[in-house]
Design a protein around this ligand. Structure first.
Ligand code: HEM
Length: 155
């Protein structure tokens, strides 16, 4: 299993083309599930898993497109055990054909504004900080001018 698939390359093997094999990825390992087209092919009960990383869906036992990703951060020990059981099954049943390239957390990268939204530096806070810094500099300058203009060079 030498090939590395990007998410979009993997999506080519979603079972929609009858001439191509059907692949799914679990924890970054790509399996050829063509032998089970009844499950994963078009119209099958698990077709949404085809051409996708579906670790989360398998862990939380949901046939749900929104769960077709590798986010296991909030999974319980039981859910992680469920996922390991799936992996044991896939390892014994299907051939591994490659790995999924690690492209970071897709949902975050797809939405660049999330970095702004998740930052503690909201525009209001930044504006306040800028005003505070400017007032401090102004105050220091006024103090400096007063010291300079006082008769003995000091207050
Ligand atoms: C009413 C609920 C469900 C029933 C009755 C059901 C039934 C089945 C049956 C009979 C099989 C074939 C098993 C085999 O021949 O090895 C199967 C396979 C499968 N089920 Fe379900 N299932 C249900 C819910 C789910 C859910 C919620 C998931 C979500 C992860 C799921 C994921 C799968 C997968 C991935 C396979 C294919 C496994 C393989 O590739 O061998 N199932 N299911």
């Amino acid at each position: 299993m030498s090939r590395t698939f990007t998410a979009s390359e993997l999506s080519m093997y979603d079972g929609s083309d009858g001439d191509k094999p059907v692949y799914i990825a679990v924890k970054g390992i790509v399996y050829d599930v063509s032998a089970a087209r009844d499950f994963y092919g078009k119209g099958g009960p698990y077709e949404i898993f085809a051409g996708r990383e579906c670790s989360r869906a398998l862990a939380i036992m949901k046939v749900d497109l929104a769960a077709c990703n590798d986010n296991l951060a909030d999974c319980t020990a039981q859910q992680l055990k469920t996922l390991e059981d799936w992996i044991t099954k896939f390892n014994s049943k299907y051939a591994m054909v490659g790995k999924l390239a690690h492209e970071g957390c897709k949902s975050q990268v797809d939405d660049p504004t999330m970095f702004l939204r998740s930052s503690p530096f909201t525009p209001g806070l930044v504006a306040t900080l800028v005003v505070v810094v400017l007032l401090t500099i102004l105050g220091a300058y006024i103090l400096y001018l007063e010291i300079k203009s006082s008769p003995h060079g000091e207050l």
